[in-house]
Write a new protein. Structure first.
Length: 425
């Protein structure tokens, strides 16, 4: 029989030869990832009440990213509790190195075929590496930490195929905003979304991470991309090992819940109007909108590739009068690489303010949250009312190209004009 990539990974984790969509199985967890917000402070009381420890400390990774840099009394207390728990439980701990979804793979913790759970809704990011990874809440995570297992209903697969290649100034974030508009935020039906096609194969690993990350915005459980030579090379460069990955694909003829086909070459840069990623459309069709704040941050929009793209717009240009640009690189390693390549100097020369390597205002943390009646354009995955600050704030979503272009123009514009050397008139 033909099987999907999701079925193959879940069957392996369940110790089965095959599994069928709709079956409920118990799967062994290869790795559990938790962070400072939903991690030790939430799960430790449950473990204590149960009177149990960790199933395997070597299969647990803890990352501090929400309360970093701990500049409030509450944040400092939570970070200290997190650090104490890491020492006591003897787990791998990445403290203040960046956002969990970016740090986890760049530190070599993921490989194709793994079955992974994460204590955060954007955990499907791991699917970019051919791992089946999804998010769970603190109570369910406590059960995973205690037993090393989790039950799940085997999902059906929704195949999203992107034919041809993206044009200049169009990136994975535009693909995802277009999908949110077309399929809706429940279009994933809590099933497994798999991305394929020429455009996906041509993407860098960090761009693939954006596709898998925003499977959460489609309402999917997982966002998978079959591993290939690009995956193997990236993992090798980051201390990882792809292992035996040749079997990790969806077989021809495997049963699919849905199969959508899109033309990447026809896609224009997208923006999503407040207050949903599903309010997306081509940037050229957006109403005239002036902005106060441009934010380049989050696991979706401030990786090295994202920073490089934004800098291509900003190089040799200054911010529009009255616009504040905030840049929060998603990991320390990506920021250091961007600094070595002159990218951070471009941001500073344009007048940007550099923020810590943390979730920051994307998740509503820190002193830089949006104020009343502010209009912001952001490279984050979500623009829900009140998520990034005041409920009266209006947040638009775009790619790093589009956010940078708006910061220069003072309003939402098509970034391709600036990439081509034009002005903002």
């Amino acid at each position: 029989m033909a099987h999907t990539l999701a079925q193959k990974i879940i069957a392996s984790a369940a110790g089965r030869d095959t599994v069928a969509p709709g079956e409920v199985v118990t799967a062994a967890v290869d790795l559990a990832m938790i962070h400072d917000s939903g991690g030790p402070r939430r799960v430790e009381p449950i473990l204590r009440e149960l009177g149990v420890g960790l199933f395997d400390a070597q299969k647990v990774v803890l990352i501090s990213d929400h309360f970093v840099p701990g500049d409030t009394d509450e944040g400092a207390r939570i970070l200290e509790l997190t650090r104490q728990w890491a020492r006591q439980r003897k787990v791998a701990f990445h403290d203040g190195e960046g956002i969990c979804h970016v740090v986890l793979p760049e530190r070599g913790h993921l490989r194709p075929g793994m079955f992974v759970v994460g204590g955060d809704s954007h955990s499907p990011t791991g699917g970019a590496f051919g791992a089946y990874m999804f998010g769970v809440g603190a109570t369910e995570m406590a059960g995973v930490l205690a037993t090393g297992e989790i039950w799940l209903k085997v999902p059906e697969t929704i195949l999203i195929e992107w034919q041809n290649r993206l044009g200049p100034g169009v990136v994975a974030k535009d693909m995802m905003l277009a999908l949110c508009a077309r399929l809706g935020m429940d279009g994933g039906r809590y099933q497994a979304v798999e991305y394929a096609g020429e455009a996906v194969a041509a993407l860098s690993m960090q761009e693939r991470m954006t596709l898998s990350n925003m499977a959460a915005e489609l309402g999917a459980q997982a966002g998978l991309i079959a591993p290939d030579a690009t995956t193997v090379a990236w993992l090798a460069a980051h201390g990882g090992d792809a292992g035996d990955w040749g079997w990790l694909n969806t077989d021809p003829g495997a049963a699919l819940l849905e199969h959508h086909v899109f033309d990447a070459a026809a896609l224009a840069p997208q923006v999503a109007a407040p207050h949903s990623p599903a309010n997306a459309g081509p940037v050229g069709e957006a109403p005239p909108t002036s902005i106060d704040v441009a934010y380049i941050g989050a696991c979706t929009g401030a990786k090295y590739d994202d920073l490089k793209n934004a800098a291509a717009i900003l190089k040799g240009r200054r911010l529009a009068a009255g616009v504040a640009l905030m840049v929060a690189p998603s990991s320390r390693r990506d920021q250091e690489r961007a600094a070595a390549d002159g990218i951070m100097a471009v941001f500073e020369g344009a007048g940007a303010r550099i923020l810590p390597n943390a979730c920051g205002i994307c998740a509503g943390y820190g002193a830089d949250r949006l104020g009343e009646d502010v209009t912001c354009i952001s490279s984050t995955a979500r623009n829900f009312r009140g998520r990034m600050g005041a409920a009266s704030a209006k947040v638009w979503l775009g790619s790093p190209y589009t956010v940078a272009a708006a910061a220069v123009a003072g309003r939402i514009v098509d970034p391709r004009d600036l990439l081509a050397g034009g002005d903002t008139a």
